[in-house]
Structures are given as C-alpha cells and as structure tokens.
Write a protein that binds this ligand. Structure first.
Ligand SMILES: *Cc1c(COP(=O)(O)O)cnc(C)c1O
Length: 376
C-alpha cells in the first residue's frame, strides 16, 4: 500500500462515504474503463461476483452448458454451478497455457451435433497472459456464442494491442489480496454493452427498483464494492505499470539464471502481446532434471520458500470429474502435463534480489544434486 491509497481512503473517511457507493467507486470504475478501453465497468465485491453476473447477463440458467478453461482456479467454475448450469472443460495449448482453439473447436462441433451448444465460452487468462483470442473469437462468432473473459490474473496484459479482458462480450478483473493490484478483496466487470452493465449494477444492489420504498421484482445480490476499498483500488491502479515492470524483472532474473538448465522450461510469452508475468511459472521435466516437482516443492518448503504447483485442472477435481472434458488432442491432455510438471515461484513485487537469489540457489542446488545422484 502506498500514499495514494491512503489519501483516497482518508477522503472517504472525511466525507463520510463509507457505503458500497460513492465517489471512489465511480472514480475507480471510470479509471479502469479508461485504462482498459472498455466502454464501462462495474466495481464489485469480488472477481467471482463479476463472473456470476457475466454468466447471468449471457442468459446462463438451469440445464445450460458453459465451456470453460480446465486449467484455472475453481472460482471460474463455481458461478456456473450457482446457476444450475453444467461446465464443459476445455484444455490448454503449450504456446499460451490457455484455452486451446483446437480443443474448443472439437467441443463446439460435438455440441452442435448433439444440438446442445453452450450458452457462453469462458476463457481464462492465466498467470498474466492472454489466451490466443483471435481463433477463439472466430470460432465463437461462427457458432454464435458469447465470450466471457476471466482476466482475474491478467489485468495489464495485452493481446494485439488491446487490453486483456476487453476482447469478449464481458470481462472480469479481480483485486483479491494475491492479485497484481488489490483492494484486499474486490472485482470489476467490464463491457462495451452499457445496457448489460446497468443490469449488472441493478442485480449487484439487491435488484432494488428506483422507488423510494423498497421495491423488488427480481432476485438480487449484495455484490457492490465499498467506497473505502475503491479508494484503495484507485491508488493501486496508479502503480499497475510499475508492478508489471517489477514482475517482469523478477521473471527475467529467474529465466536468466535457471533458463539454461536442461529440462527446465518457462511459461512462454506468446508473441501476440505482453504478459504481466503476474506469477513466474515453469515446468520441470523429471527425466531430464532427475527431480520430481513434488520433491522440489518440498525442498523449497524446507528452506521456508513458498512455491506452488500449477493449478490442478478442473476436470481432475473431485467436485467436477463428472463433467465433459475436451483435451488439446484426442489422446493428449496438455493441462495434465502442465499440472504434473509445473511450478509457480515466489514472484512478489516487493521481493528483494537477495531473496530471489535464495530461491534460485535452492532450485539449482537440488537439480544439480539429483543429476549427480542419477549419474552415480
Ligand atoms: C482470483 C481468481 C478468480 C476469483 O477472483 P476473486 O476476486 O478472488 O473472487 C477467478 N478466476 C481466476 C483465474 C483467479 O485467479
């Protein structure tokens, strides 16, 4: 947190705007739409709330299906279940780690054959990088399906010059504590469809009708962002470009020091745009390095270094195993492979070069050790 955040929050205190509306909410919405180029934005209590409202705007209801990236955090899928709809999981490709257009095409063709096209396709942009949107947009236009972009992890990323999150009908950002900028908890729904956004604003305020007495004719939600937290968000937004530079510098240091170890591969940055490198993610080939990711994660934990596997794909989750899954190729699942071999490294903006050196030393030490054992 910096001084700008404090100033905005203080202003909210002084003017006594502590409600889930007020000048900071309006300001934050305006600033996010200006920065992303979206026509409008609605500030919400979480990114998950944004996905929920986007699904409702796409008309998703009981018995419908929604296609969604399998390699993601469960928050992408839960709102589909809230509406009584069924997710169908789509694999990643190796170039972006995001939705595979090939798998999407197979899934759409199969769905049409069954006469059961999805109500929406939710594309997730992982670890700060956009999916390859053009082929995905072409497919969705061909089949007449709206796109929802889960850009919770990709605020500030670009795709062919456009802001990640603004390429579909609806996009959402998250300002949860772990994201590149944060309001401690919060989210934003963006779209060019002003009418849809006012509907979302209405649903997010308990579907309160414009009447003095409390009048309601639809189910509503308490999903608006508070004016205090929007103040934090406005201050944080001013830091976004600095954070992206810092995260990219963290990535570069990891890549320069670990990138030439055989069997270590970093998440590629596709040439269609800029990744924010929100998290540095890489894969460790156990045959080439002699070490399994689980053992490397344990070795890091032993030195009090917090690293994590790549997201466990949704089609492997006990909650979701019963739903359909379309892998990248009929006999080959990219996300399974990324989950088995992938690791996310500490990537915080505030991490010192010394701390990062400790992570790098630990990894190269353990890989060298395993290689030596293998040689013996
Ligand atoms: C964080 C995250 C969300 C959810 O955002 P919240 O603000 O925590 O509700 C959704 N999708 C992905 C991919 C995320 O990483």
């Amino acid at each position: 947190m910096g001084e700008a955040e404090q100033r905005y929050v203080q202003e909210a205190f002084i003017t006594n705007w502590i409600a889930p509306l007020g000048p900071n909410v309006d300001g934050f919405e305006r600033e996010v739409s200006e920065m992303t180029g979206a026509r409008g934005a609605v500030a919400l209590s979480s990114g998950t709330a944004g996905l929920h409202l986007a699904l409702k705007l796409a008309g998703v209801g009981r018995g419908d299906t929604v296609f969604v990236s399998t390699l993601t955090f469960v928050a992408s899928v839960n709102p589909i279940l809230y509406e009584g709809a069924e997710p169908v999981f789509i694999d990643s490709d190796f170039e972006t780690w995001n939705m595979s257009p090939k798998a999407l095409e197979r899934a759409l063709v199969a769905a049409r054959k069954e006469g059961r096209l999805p109500k929406a396709v939710m594309v997730v942009n992982l670890y700060g990088q956009s999916a390859d949107m053009d082929p995905i947009i072409d497919l969705c236009e061909r089949f007449g399906i709206p796109i929802i972009e889960d850009a919770a992890e990709s605020l500030g990323a670009t795709y062919k010059g456009k802001a990640s999150g603004t390429l579909g009908e609806f996009g959402i950002y998250s300002f949860n504590g772990n994201k590149i900028i944060t309001t401690s908890g919060g989210g934003m729904l963006v779209s060019d469809n002003a009418e849809a956004l006012s509907k979302a604003r209405y649903w997010a305020t308990q579907s309160r009708e414009p009447a003095l007495h409390y009048e309601h004719s639809e189910v509503g939600y308490n999903y608006r962002m508070s004016n205090l937290l929007a103040g934090v968000g406005r201050g944080q937004l001013q830091q976004l470009e600095n954070r992206i530079s810092a995260r990219r510098a963290v990535f570069d240091r990891y890549e320069q020091t670990l990138g030439n170890i055989e069997g270590v591969s970093f998440m590629p940055e596709a040439n269609f745009g800029r990744s924010t490198r929100w998290l540095t993610a890489l894969t460790i080939n156990p045959h080439m390095t002699g070490i399994a990711t689980t053992d490397l994660l344990r070795a890091l934990a032993d030195e009090n270094i917090e690293a994590r596997p790549v997201w466990k794909p949704m089609h492997l989750q006990p909650l979701l195993r019963k739903y359909d899954y379309f892998p990248h190729m009929p006999q080959y699942s990219v996300s399974d492979q990324l989950f088995k071999q992938g690791i996310c490294l500490p990537s915080g903006t505030a991490m010192s070069v010394q701390d990062q050196g400790r992570v790098i030393d630990c990894i190269s030490h353990h890989i060298r050790l395993s290689a030596k054992h293998a040689a013996i």
